[in-house]
Structure formats: structure tokens, C-alpha cells
Write a protein that binds this ligand. Structure first.
Ligand SMILES: Nc1ncnc2c1ncn2[C@@H]1O[C@H](COP(=O)(O)OP(=O)(O)O)[C@@H](O)[C@H]1O
Ligand SMILES: CC(=O)N[C@@H](CCC(=O)OP(=O)(O)O)C(=O)O
Length: 297
């Protein structure tokens, strides 16, 4: 048990458990896409909490689908090779050597760590990349500058999703497995593409008609210019935050993806703090509101 829960009395604990019942009933049989990224991925205690939460959801009849990131781990591997990552509008410029590192770190290391932790927590996870079962077809992303649309940036082998075929994910879910997906797509010539994990999670949530999309990250949610948490954001408010530069870096694809999913009918889209132990479980199974909720209107 983590420190933050040790001051809770047995009565508090019973109340928390009782509170979960209506949520368990409401979400039984529903799909939740969970993007796991940021600092929550680099702290071993938080990693174990995350795996336990995913297994608990599965055991109470909810279908979690995990999409993982790994930006910090890719950066460490590139540094070992004497390379430094470069980002344009939240996307890593991906040359051929970087692509090799991305595949090896995401599919070989990060994904397998998460699969192992879920097994340790008593669940059955299966790791996939976009190539498995033809899950994510992609093409080279044409990136237009946010401020000047006449400028196009060449970000190398960064992928734009062409289509998602969710049949492999659905087959695994039906068989009580928990899919753990690395954000790597494949093109017409079988070439690999590096895709931002938030973009994959958002698109997958849409295609699976998920009940919820939860994006775990390393901030309390979306912050305004003064550093205050914005608990609720509509499409219009998001346009304003883009225009005045409040949102930058990795938050750009995160919010765009989140908004696309909300507009496409995913019932609830949340950006929450993965550094808070069990934040995902608290968000899904209690009355507690965390982070930023993204609304289509
Ligand atoms: N308005 C904002 N509110 C919160 N974070 C922001 C904002 N604008 C930019 N960011 C940056 O976005 C980061 C989250 O994106 P990213 O680093 O890609 O996270 P993850 O690895 O979880 O996907 C934050 O740590 C912060 O540095
Ligand atoms: C194109 C692009 O930027 N791909 C990302 C993929 C990993 C990712 O999205 O990781 P986080 O969620 O931890 O940021 C990258 O290379 O870092």
C-alpha cells in the first residue's frame, strides 16, 4: 500500500469500495483506452500501481486497452548513441537510425516491461505493435506549421494513421487478455512509422467506440498560463489555448487527439496526473474528479 493511503481509516476504505459499485455496474463490459506515459512510466512503484489498476479493471468486467508511450526511454537510448532528440510541434523528428531505436525501445523494452508487470499483478497481457494483426496502417505525416500553413516540416518517419483494424484487439479482449499496444505503424511497403502514442490512443478509442479515454501524463492536467488546472475544456476553449500559445510541446498532440476522440463520440475523455498513485482507478471507479475533462462542445 502506498503512503498516501496509510492515513485512511477502515471506514473510509469501506466507503471507497461501496462507492465503486455503481461505476462497476455502469462500465461492465465497456472498453476503456488508457494511454500510459510520462513520469508515471519511469517510477517503479507507480508502474506496479498502474499494472494492478489495469488488472483490477479487467477482473471487475471492464475491458482496458493499454497504449503506451516511452518518450523518456527513447531519449535515454538515443543519448547512449550520442544522439539528441528533436521535436517539432510535439513530434519527434525520426530519421532511419532513430526509427530503429524507437522500435527497439518501445516494442522490445517498454511494452515487455508493462506486459510483465501486468502478469505479476495477476493479469494476462499481450503486447502488440501496429504491425500485429494489421492493427495500424500509416503513411508519412505531412506536418504543416501551426502558425504559418505555407511552411511544411519534414519530420522523417513520423506516421499519420491511415486506418486502424481493431479485430486483433477485440479478439484478445474476448479471450480475457489485456492488449498492450506500442505506437508503431506500418506503411504500404511494410516500412515502419513512429506515431505519437496519444494520437494512437485517441484514434483507437474512437474506432473501438470506447466508453472512456484516459491519458495519464506528468502534469496535473491542462494548465493555464498561470499554472492553474483547467478542469473542463470545450472545443472552443481549446482553440483559444492553441491560439494564445498556452499549449505547447507534447500537450499539442495530446489535446488534439483527445478532442478528436470526444468529437467522434467517445463518452468521456480525461487527461490526468499519472504521478498520483492509482489516479486512473480513482478517476474511473470513484466520484473523485481528476485532471482535465475534454468536451466536444
Ligand atoms: N498548457 C499546458 N498544460 C500542461 N502541460 C503542458 C501545457 N503546455 C505544454 N505542456 C507540456 O506537455 C507535457 C506533457 O506532454 P508529454 O511530455 O508528451 O507527456 P507524455 O509523455 O505523458 O505524453 C507537460 O509535461 C508539459 O511540459
Ligand atoms: C512521433 C513521436 O513523437 N513519437 C513518440 C512515440 C512515443 C511517445 O509518444 O511517448 P510519450 O507518450 O511518452 O511522449 C516519440 O518518439 O517520443
Amino acid at each position: 500500500m502506498t503512503d498516501t493511503l496509510t492515513h485512511i481509516t477502515p471506514r473510509d476504505k469501506a466507503e471507497i469500495l461501496a462507492q465503486a459499485l455503481p461505476y462497476i455496474r455502469k462500465f461492465h463490459g465497456k472498453t476503456m483506452v488508457i494511454k500510459y506515459g510520462g513520469n508515471a512510466m519511469t517510477d517503479p512503484a507507480l508502474q506496479a500501481d498502474f499494472a494492478e489498476d489495469v488488472v483490477l479493471l479487467k477482473l471487475v468486467g471492464i475491458n482496458p486497452v493499454v497504449v503506451h508511450g516511452g518518450g523518456p526511454q527513447i531519449e535515454t537510448a538515443l543519448n547512449r548513441l550520442g544522439k539528441k532528440g528533436e521535436f517539432i510541434q510535439g513530434m519527434r523528428v525520426t530519421d532511419a537510425e532513430t526509427m530503429e531505436v524507437v522500435e527497439w525501445v518501445l516494442a522490445g523494452e517498454v511494452q515487455q516491461d508493462i506486459v510483465g508487470l501486468i502478469h505479476q499483478a495477476g493479469g494476462k497481457a499481450v503486447g502488440l505493435t501496429g504491425r500485429d494483426g494489421g492493427l495500424i496502417r500509416a503513411k508519412k505525416l505531412k506536418m504543416v506549421d501551426n502558425r504559418d500553413p505555407s511552411i511544411e516540416h519534414d519530420v522523417g518517419q513520423v506516421g499519420d494513421i491511415v486506418a486502424i483494424d481493431p479485430s486483433v484487439v477485440q479478439a484478445l479482449q474476448d479471450d480475457a487478455f489485456i492488449p498492450v499496444i506500442s505506437p508503431i505503424g506500418f506503411g504500404e511497403e511494410n516500412e515502419s512509422y513512429n506515431i505519437n502514442a496519444d494520437v494512437v490512443a485517441s484514434k483507437l478509442a474512437t474506432v473501438l467506440q470506447a466508453e472512456k479515454l484516459v491519458l495519464l501524463t506528468n502534469t496535473p492536467g491542462v494548465l493555464d498560463k498561470g499554472g492553474n488546472l483547467l478542469t473542463d475544456l470545450t472545443a472552443r476553449e481549446i482553440d483559444g489555448l492553441f491560439a494564445d500559445g498556452t499549449i505547447s510541446g507534447g500537450m499539442l498532440p495530446k489535446i488534439s487527439g483527445a478532442l478528436d476522440a470526444a468529437k467522434a463520440g467517445v463518452n468521456a475523455v480525461h487527461i490526468i496526473d499519472g504521478r498520483v498513485p492509482h489516479s486512473m482507478l480513482l478517476e474511473i471507479l470513484t466520484d473523485q474528479a481528476y485532471g482535465t475533462m475534454i468536451r466536444s462542445h
